[in-house]
Design a protein around this ligand. Structure first.
Ligand code: 5MM
Length: 341
């Protein structure tokens, strides 16, 4: 495969393919395993991820790349094969989460800043040797307007950190996924999400230009424009699509390698329906696909339940969700396809 950043980025958003976000840190995967009654150990995490990466129908047809966590990129399958080799054998590209998580931003209660820049140059060189050709860094922007959250300082600090991370990735021959996630957890309406997302993306691209990042060799991992969960309102796919595309046309350069959405707590079908509506109102200047964690994994996790006997059922559940999102990335999904399955 080409090692040029723009070619790697193009492969990550190849027609109808998207990313599997399997980069849950140990704390997050424990929460997911708690839901299905599975103890989180190095072996159970390995077994679960090996099951996903060996799901050949999903991986070969619909998945362009996998975002890994540090533990996973070093792990071997039960038969001794490195998990990275299983991913590569399916034709997908291994990637790595390199941020050290969102921490409270001093002086700004309710805001966070994502850490992890110290020693990043050396870590990227190690990850490159292990096979990673893209990386991910997630900034977290919460919304609580009555408390002044997010502050302009939080938006600016996170955009600056994302730009420094992206420049280091490109120096190492690694495509940076820049993920400025405006959370959907609050009580805000859809227009507030639009305004905060606009401020966030505007600042992000100002910082990426200033850091001399080559936009063709980057992927944006954004939230969709949605009403907050606590608002009690569910935005229709048509409204989500219209507002999300308006936002991107105003803030996101056409030069970037592509866009791969996070699911952010939407239900599986909601995340698929919204991605489909976004692509159905194209053509757009960028490819728009998925980089889902929960919306791709909730169904296979439930089907697996930690039992070897359930591996085939879990892989089928993964293949179904990946297929539905493949169709949505092409604007060809229909709700009836879910009922048929
Ligand atoms: C898979 O979850 C990722 C890692 O989360 P933690 O660092 O909290 O363990 C997360 O960054 C994920 O890649 C994105 O948020 C997209 O996942 P969702 O579930 O929102 O599609």
């Amino acid at each position: 495969m080409s090692e040029r950043l723009e070619d790697i980025a193009a492969a990550m958003v190849a027609d109808g393919k998207g990313l599997l976000a399997a980069d849950e840190s140990s704390g997050t995967i424990k929460k997911r395993f708690d839901v299905i009654g599975v103890e989180s150990t190095a072996d159970s995490r390995r077994d679960y991820r090996e099951m996903m990466f060996r799901a050949s129908e999903a991986m070969t047809k619909y998945i362009s790349g996998v975002i890994l966590y540090d533990e996973t990129i070093h792990q071997k399958a039960a038969d001794g094969t490195p998990l990275v080799d299983i991913i590569k054998a399916s034709g997908a590209i291994p990637g790595i989460k390199v941020d050290a998580g969102a921490k409270p931003l001093a002086g700004f209660p309710g805001d966070t800043i994502t850490e992890g820049l110290d020693g990043l140059r050396e870590r990227l060189a190690d990850y490159y040797k292990l096979g990673a050709r893209f990386a991910k860094w997630r900034a977290v922007i919460d919304i609580d307007v009555s408390k002044g959250v997010p502050s302009a300082t939080s938006i600016a600090s996170n955009a600056h950190a994302l730009a420094r991370y992206a420049a280091l990735c490109q120096e190492a021959g690694i495509v940076p996924i820049v993920e400025p996630e405006v959370l959907m957890d609050g009580a805000h309406d859809i227009d507030t999400c639009y305004e905060i997302s606009k401020a966030t993306l505007t600042k992000l691209y100002t910082e990426l230009y200033a850091a001399r990042v080559a936009l063709e060799g980057t992927i944006l991992k954004p939230n969709m424009v949605l009403a907050g969960k606590k608002s009690g309102k569910v935005s229709s796919p048509g409204e989500v699509a219209e507002k999300t595309i308006k936002l991107f046309r105003e803030t996101v350069p056409a030069a970037i390698g592509g866009i791969a959405f996070l699911s952010g707590g939407q239900s599986d079908e909601e995340a698929t329906a919204n991605l489909n509506a976004i692509n159905a109102i194209g053509p757009h200047p960028w490819k728009l696909t998925f980089s889902y964690g929960r919306a791709l994994q909730a169904a296979p996790q439930k089907a697996w339940g930690g039992k070897a006997a359930n591996v085939a059922a879990a892989q089928a559940a993964f293949a179904h969700r990946a297929h539905m999102n493949h169709l949505a990335a092409l604007g060809q999904w229909q709700p009836t396809l879910e009922q048929a399955a």
